[in-house]
Write a protein that binds this ligand. Structure first.
Ligand code: F6R
Ligand code: MG
Ligand code: MG
Length: 366
């Protein structure tokens, strides 16, 4: 059976700043999808990570389908009304356009979709990150799909010996999707040269070169490209099919042990380590640290199992302690050097104003 897994997420308001959507908001989105998705959704699952609500849906309508995208858009609009009535912070903030125009891409919410002929056993992972940008997944994807130091399957499994095809997007290009296809293992230096730059080049999708099937889909939305100004970090979602022709679940999860430094954190303007957290986690220290959650599923005839929380295990408590230490260490240097993002990535114009004012006071010594 050919099914599509679509995940669409947005920040439409949260309690106490950028911490967590309210229960009524989650209920409203859930009820909307359950009521209006009847007849064409095979299944769905609603969750939150920090202040973002994600709608995961299975159906047979294919990628970029208007009905699916409109359903999510309208659910977020219904949620926004509740958020406004409750006085939630940032109510409706990711809905950047007034009316729906066929595809939710480019309207604010983040989208990741995979269409596939269902395997008899179809395990997949759904990742959601908050207080960071789509490029936060670059390093874990590179290590999980190209590096035998992390992905033992590249050495041990004959199903993966041909490697993977990466589609990478230049998200600085705003007039259309500017993409490049590169193959691992032969292009890994080129892939690395692009993926080191998290705010410019972002993995959009990955395909198995053994079977031609899609392994991964990442949301590439950059809100500031849509709004013309910074309106919040993009808080990306990602789908990854695992096992057989693809890396094993543990090979995909492994790189999140690093707690690598990413852009985001307080006011979307700092550098912080990405912490793997449990499902439905909130945000705290310095409006962060940047977090990522992972729900593991199997799907059969479009029907989802219950989610398993992939980062809810004693091993990840140990990792979280290490990542907390890393967050504490970088925060000790406040605004200095790499602790705060460069001008081009700051969410606020305040520093530019300060510099303009000071420029007038500077004098060149005679
Ligand atoms: C992401 C997030 C941050 C904020 C940023 C701006 O979920 O919450 O990136 O968008 O801190 O916040 P405000 O609008 O409160 O200035
Ligand atoms: Mg937010
Ligand atoms: Mg968010």
């Amino acid at each position: 059976m050919k099914i599509t897994i679509s995940v669409i997420k947005a920040d439409i308001g949260s309690i106490g700043g950028h911490i967590k959507p309210s229960e009524s908001l989650l209920e409203t989105v859930t009820d909307y999808i359950s009521e209006y998705g009847k007849g064409f959704l095979k299944d769905f699952y609603i969750s939150f990570t920090g202040d973002d609500i994600a709608i995961l849906m299975t159906h047979t309508l294919g990628k970029g389908n208007e009905k699916i995208h409109k359903l999510a858009w309208e659910a977020f609009k219904a949620g926004t009304l509740v958020a406004k009535n409750q006085g939630l912070y940032g109510a409706g903030q990711d809905l950047l356009k007034d009316s729906f125009s066929g595809n939710i891409k480019g309207m604010g919410p983040a989208v990741a979709e995979i269409e596939t002929e269902e395997r008899p056993n179809e395990p997949f992972l759904f990742f959601a990150a908050d207080k960071t940008e789509p490029g936060a997944y670059n390093l874990p994807l590179y290590l999980g799909f190209t590096d035998p130091m992390y992905c033992a399957g590249l050495l041990l499994s004959p199903d993966m010996t041909k490697g993977f095809k990466f589609t990478i997007m230049d998200v600085a290009h705003t007039k259309g999707d500017k993409i490049i296809h590169l193959n691992s293992p032969e292009d890994i230096y080129d892939i690395a040269a692009l993926l080191r730059d998290n705010d410019r080049f972002v993995v959009e999708s990955i395909y198995s070169r053994n079977s031609g099937e899609q392994a991964a889909a990442v949301s590439t939305t950059r809100l500031h490209n849509i709004a013309g100004k910074y309106t919040g970090k993009d808080d990306p979602v990602m789908l990854i099919r695992v096992q057989k022709n693809f890396p094993a679940t543990g090979e995909i999860l492994g790189p999140y042990s690093i707690g690598h430094l990413v852009g985001g954190f307080m006011r979307g303007s700092h550098t912080g380590p990405l912490m793997p957290v449990k499902l439905n986690s909130t945000i705290s220290y310095f409006d962060g640290p940047p977090v990522v959650s992972c729900a593991a599923f199997c799907v059969h005839n479009g029907k989802l199992t219950e989610p398993v929380d992939a980062f809810d295990h004693p091993y990840w408590d140990f990792v979280r302690d290490k990542v907390s230490q890393k967050a504490y260490d970088i925060r000790r240097q406040g605004f200095s050097g790499p602790a705060m993002l460069p001008y081009s990535e700051l969410e606020y114009g305040g520093i530019v104003e300060i510099l303009k004012r000071l420029e007038k006071k500077f004098k060149v010594r005679k």
